[in-house]
Design a protein around this ligand. Sequence first.
Ligand SMILES: Nc1ncnc2c1ncn2[C@@H]1O[C@H](COP(=O)(O)OP(=O)(O)O)[C@@H](O)[C@H]1O
Ligand SMILES: [Mg+2]
Length: 367
Amino acid sequence: MQTTSKHGTQNRDDYYATVIDSVGDGVIVVSSDGIITLCNPAAQQITGFSQRQALGTEFAKLFSLEATLIEMLDKTMQTGITISDNEDVVVRATGRVTPVAVTCYPLVEDNGENIGAILTLKDITYIRELEAAVRQADRLSTLGTLAAGLAHEVKNPLGGIKGAAQLLEREFTPDSGMLEYTRVVIRETERIDHIIRELLDLASPRVLKLAPVNLHKVLGDILLLQKEAVASQDIAFIQNLDPSIPDIFADEEMLTRLFLNLIRNSIDAMGSDGRLTVSSRVLSDYRMTQNQKNSRMVAIEIADDGPGIPQEDLESIWTPFFSTKSTGTGLGLTICHKIVSEHRGMIKAESDPGHGTKFTVLLPLVR
Ligand SMILES: Nc1ncnc2c1ncn2[C@@H]1O[C@H](COP(=O)(O)OP(=O)(O)O)[C@@H](O)[C@H]1O
Ligand SMILES: [Mg+2]
């Protein structure tokens, strides 16, 4: 790092430079005439501007798109007071938006003269992600409780309706036009029953039956069956599995449901033709949260080249009953999310609308 400061000995400059470079938050110092005199590595990371671009450049020019930052700086320069903004965004040169908390401090000499300002930028991406996860968990648990109550209430009368329809069916001769109606009643009650079973499954606590599971066998079995099921469609199945992955400690039945749900969704999305890629690999240094120590995880990816998921739907897909299909229950991904959480893993969806969707499941590799 360089500073344009000519004060002090070189050693002392070096020492201060190292201190500021080591601060995890972005630090940008601006002189009273608006020129950037210091920009530490964290600030370069957040803003996307290199030290070379930043040093000696006019702040207002470099950050011409960041009206809030310029305004804060102006205010601090004029009034000499510290200004904070806990909720702002910085758009990087690459177009990536980083949520930041910004504080602007006046830079005052011993004699009280105002010689510029210091901006600190704290990257709060991680906090925002955590908040989103908590919101989602909240929503799921409230809905889950409600749904379980409702499901119990509906199950008995539903059994009655189906039973009565079956009795009625026997009353009609095979050529009776009425048979069609009783069949509709029976079919639709079965559909409701299916939704209710999924719902109860979602809402009721259960104990995982943990045992060593060979992930590739689970995936292979599902793919084999699905290949047959969609033999009439032109779907290519590609497996990209890392053979070195050891057994993981998990509930095999649950994992089967998880991957079956994801693969079925991809097949539904692709329709008559497409390409489904299932891959696996080991992440040796994955950190789930900032406070946890690094752990080994297995990443399983299910990718398709279907129509993708619109950006505005990406957060909703995990919500119970969110479905864009006429016959969908909208519970599949909620169940997937639950199964992954119960295994202390993570699941995420990425989509490039028009080009496809990729679901990534991370599961801990502990034995
Ligand atoms: N691979 C995918 N490609 C496109 N959209 C998807 C994909 N997977 C899930 N979705 C979207 O997420 C919604 C919710 O999925 P899910 O919870 O499994 O319910 P369902 O399959 O019953 O609709 C789907 O209706 C669909 O809109
Ligand atoms: Mg589904």
